[in-house]
Design a protein around this ligand. Structure first.
Ligand SMILES: NC(=O)c1ccc[n+]([C@@H]2O[C@H](COP(=O)([O-])OP(=O)(O)OC[C@H]3O[C@@H](n4cnc5c(N)ncnc54)[C@H](O)[C@@H]3O)[C@@H](O)[C@H]2O)c1
Ligand SMILES: O=P(O)(O)OC[C@@H](O)[C@@H](O)[C@H](O)[C@H](O)CO
Length: 491
């Protein structure tokens, strides 16, 4: 029988597998992460471990918090927080390569449904200096440009904080990431009150400013004016650009890693070799020396963020929607389809790059080539369906800013309109369950209702204001370009 990865079985790990860069037993907890999905384990946790190793520090062990389900806690807790990152790339001859490293930076793990009290204590603890988040676009529970105060989880958290501030001690399970964070900050304000930094690592435009706004809206709704003032003065929310392609782990990946390690690993994640992290240098207190692990600290993240969200994520979504409808299972298959490959390149060249300011030292044509080259990695198996999910949340971030900026330049964004139309055709096919496609989106009922009006698919979807702001949807140039493309792609 193969043993499971844990601190006690670590000595049995196969020789050619990289051990944790720091001894997990030596680590204190200094960082709380909300939303411990695949991406955090392959990105921020790796940077944090490498930063500790480079700087000889031990205080940045991670308290990782799952969100809606205890699944990741159940995977990691029996393994003492240890898990593998299986890096899949290609060598110079184009043959697949796979390298496995074990990460030991995650030292505690909680599921809010049962351990909200432990998370709130950690958020308030004086040794905690940084909070990071990856809760997906929809996890922020936004409605329009602000917090959705009608969301059940947010409402329950607002009530819980109001009760707590009124002296009615409550440890009710957190119902939303913003509620969890704001309740933790409120407790910190009343206890030790040392400053803290909150770093959102989700693919959202101006993510730091977005998160500050949501936290302040939450505190206003709970009548927590003193806490709001404290947060304003003691908490910073740097913006970040995060990049590493991390697909959902499959059973085949786990079997491959087990063969390499000689141990089973339920918490395994898979990633490409490339990784990048650009962080606004606006910390309220101590932080891991992430720059020693390759991160870039800068005063202005915006050019990096715009280039990444519009070139990489915009093309990813383009390939996902067009590719899924054309029967391509993976992004690698879609980008190497000669027609789609050309289309996505033209989208970047004609519509995206003209809207961007190159980040310092970056040539945008080189960046485009490196992104498209990364998509071609067949070993990753990143499915078009995974990238296609939650389109209602992703379109504004990845495609609509490009369209808006092209219109402001007096240009008709035909290529961006085609990408939006590709999403619309995908929605129609997925709503009908054609070709095995499914509509996985928080707005699925609204989208399916619009799609049921087959002859007016484009008009109906453009009418959804949570996705398309009026000034864009009612711009005749954009509208007509999208409707033309919907007709073309529906054939
Ligand atoms: N995977 C990547 O390649 C990648 C790369 C860059 C950035 N990101 C960012 O990280 C995010 C997470 O990616 P992942 O690969 O870890 O996904 P994942 O599905 O493995 O994990 C998602 C996490 O978000 C939580 N979550 C999802 N919906 C939620 C909701 N409605 N409310 C509260 N929590 C919710 C989940 O519980 C889980 O903890 C992405 O959405 C993106 O913003 C991912
Ligand atoms: O993770 P999602 O679902 O928000 O988006 C899917 C991908 O486009 C995305 O995760 C990219 O792989 C990532 O942004 C690369 O850094």
């Amino acid at each position: 029988m193969t043993h499971r990865l844990s601190l006690s079985t670590l000595p049995h790990l196969a020789e050619n597998v990289q051990r944790p860069a720091v001894d997990p037993r030596d680590l204190g907890t200094g960082l709380v992460h909300l939303g411990v999905g695949a991406f955090h384990r392959a990105h921020q946790a790796v940077y944090t471990e490498d930063a500790m190793a480079a700087g000889g520090e031990t205080r940045w062990g991670i308290h990782a918090v799952t969100q809606r389900s205890p699944r990741v806690a159940e995977q990691l807790a029996p393994q003492d927080g240890l898990y593998g990152v299986l890096t899949k790339g290609l060598d110079d001859a184009g043959s697949p390569t796979a390298q496995l490293r074990i990460v030991g930076a995650v030292r505690e793990i909680s599921f809010p449904g049962e351990q909200t009290a432990a998370v709130l204590s950690r958020l308030a603890h004086p040794a905690t200096h940084v909070v990071t988040l990856t809760v997906t676009e929809k996890g922020y529970r936004r409605s329009g440009t602000g917090l959705d105060l009608d969301d059940d989880g947010v409402r329950a958290d607002v009530a819980a904080l109001a009760d707590e501030l009124g002296g009615r001690a409550v440890d009710r399970a957190a119902g939303s990431p913003i509620g969890m964070l704001a309740r933790g900050l409120a407790r910190r304000a009343r206890q030790d009150a040392t400053p803290i930094t909150v770093v959102t690592c989700d693919n959202i435009v101006h993510n730091g400013a977005m998160l500050t706004g949501l936290v302040q809206e939450f505190l206003a709704a709970a009548g927590a004016d003193d806490v709001a003032d404290w947060v304003h003065d003691h908490v910073t929310f740097p913006s970040t650009m995060v990049d590493r392609i991390v697909p959902a782990t499959t059973d085949a990946d786990r079997a491959e890693a087990e063969a390499l390690a000689g141990l089973t690993d339920a918490g395994l994640v898979v990633a490409e070799p490339f990784r990048q992290w650009v962080i606004e240098d606006a910390f309220a207190g101590p932080r891991p020396a992430w720059e020693r692990a390759g991160a870039t600290l800068t005063s202005d993240v915006a050019p990096f963020e715009d280039a990444k969200l519009r070139i990489l994520n915009g093309s990813h979504s383009y390939l996902a929607y067009r590719g899924a409808v054309l029967g391509h299972r993976t992004i690698a298959e879609a980008v190497t389809d000669p027609v789609l490959g050309e289309e996505v390149r033209a989208f970047i060249d004609e519509d995206v790059i003209p809207t961007l300011t190159p980040p310092p030292g970056v040539d945008l044509a080189d960046y485009r080539d490196s992104v498209l080259g990364r998509f071609e990695n067949p070993a990753l198996g990143h499915t078009t369906i995974q990238v296609a999910m939650d389109g209602s949340q992703k379109l504004p971030v990845r495609l609509l800013g490009t369209a808006r900026d092209r219109l402001a330049q007096a240009a008709v964004p035909h290529r961006a309109a085609r990408a939006v139309a590709a999403w619309m055709v995908f929605v129609a096919r997925a709503a009908e369950g054609r070709n095995g496609l499914e509509l996985d989106d928080p707005l699925a009922p609204t989208l399916a209702e619009a799609a049921a009006d087959g002859g007016r698919l484009g008009e109906r979807l453009l009418g959804i204001r949570e996705i398309f702001p009026a000034e864009l949807a009612e711009d005749d140039r954009f509208r007509s370009a999208v409707l033309t493309q919907v007709t073309e792609l529906s054939d």
